[in-house]
Design a protein. Structure first.
Length: 355
């Protein structure tokens, strides 16, 4: 479609529209997606064109002339009229910055086209002898056609100028009659489509997060149920510990009684030892006393052994009780943390349901 002598000087992406030829009010999208729109320069003919290709079809093929004007109708939408193509092109950009860049380049190319036309006219006046006429003669101004290489030079008559002027007025009237709000709606339509895609992606992500939170909530509930069962077991063990507490009190009382009995027996032994000297005369009584003393010592040893076993049992009972109290405290702390996390998850689910 485009000769190799044309080189792109600026490219951007935009949604391309053309004015509806039937109503001259509505925009018709040229494609479903944004297209590449480029400025091309033909160094051989000194011509600037705006070109956009969709697939194998040229959507835009507009030659820039000095009388063209690019108009910004919204923050992201601009348009220009092409009298040769008998249409109005509209471009919807992704941002206001892209629109400003395209408009600035349009102004630069338009100025370059104006300078190129003036230079071409000056050259024609110098080389065309038919222009050496008297001042009272009126001839149409020559315009070199830029339709393509190899074509002859065409001259516009005054009637052609009038037709072009009428066409310009018709296009201006068409643009003035066009609803600005409709153009803005067309431009905002694509912005809303992008926002909708972003919202759909965010919704999918939120749904995935909700599913994950539900799984985590179920896991926490299961773990909480396990902890509750463990607490119930510990409470039952605590009830058993209360009976152990009673046994401990009984053992303590028994120890006190044994200690008192041992103290009494020690006093008896001391008394017997003090009386032993006075009883040497009675051999029978001495043997009886020695036997009784031996029995008392044996009983004293047995009492001491029982006291040691009772103290050992009491120490083990106290250690087991402290261990169980520590485990109950640890489980209670874990339950407090899990209950707090469950409360936060429920609040998050409630906020998500409200949104």
């Amino acid at each position: 479609l485009f000769c190799c002598r044309e080189q792109p000087i600026f490219s951007t992406r935009a949604h391309v529209f053309q004015i509806d030829p039937a109503t001259k009010r509505n925009w018709i999208p040229a494609s479903k997606h944004a297209l590449t729109v480029s400025y091309f320069y033909d160094a051989t003919r000194n011509v600037y064109r705006i070109i956009s290709v969709g697939g194998t079809k040229a959507i835009i093929n507009s030659t820039i002339t000095p009388n063209m004007t690019f108009t910004k109708t919204s923050q992201k939408f601009g348009q220009w009229a092409d009298s040769r193509a008998n249409t109005v092109y509209g471009l919807g950009f992704a941002s206001e910055q892209h629109l400003s860049q395209f408009a600035e380049k349009f102004q630069e190319v338009k100025e370059a086209a104006r300078l190129a036309r003036e230079k071409s006219q000056d050259k024609t006046e110098l080389t065309n002898p038919a222009l050496n006429i008297t001042s009272h003669q009126v001839l149409p101004s020559p315009i070199i056609s830029s339709n393509g290489p190899g074509e002859d030079k065409l001259f516009r008559s005054q009637s052609a100028d009038v037709e072009i002027t009428t066409e310009k007025e018709r296009l201006k009237k068409m643009l003035s009659e066009g609803s600005v709000s409709e153009v803005q709606w067309e431009a905002e339509f694509f912005s809303l489509q992008d926002n909708n895609n972003k919202l759909v992606a965010a919704l999918h992500e939120a749904n995935a997060n909700v599913d994950q939170w539900k799984k985590q909530l179920a896991a926490y509930q299961e773990e909480t149920e396990t902890l509750r069962q463990r607490v119930a077991e510990l409470e039952s063990q605590g009830a058993h510990d209360s009976s152990s507490e009673n046994n401990k009190e009984d053992l303590s009382q028994t120890l006190e009684e044994l200690e008192l009995l041992i103290k009494t027996k020690d006093e008896e032994i001391q008394m017997l030892k003090s009386q032993k000297c006075s009883r040497w005369e009675a051999e029978g009584e001495r043997e009886e006393t020695l036997q009784k003393l031996q029995e008392l010592e044996t009983r004293n040893a047995e009492l001491e052994r029982r006291l040691h076993l009772a103290e050992q049992t009491l120490a083990e009972t106290l250690a087991e009780r402290e261990k169980m109290q520590s485990e109950v405290t640890k489980v209670a702390e874990i339950m407090d943390v899990k209950i707090f996390e469950l409360s936060e998850i429920r609040q998050g689910l409630a906020k998500l349901a409200e949104s």
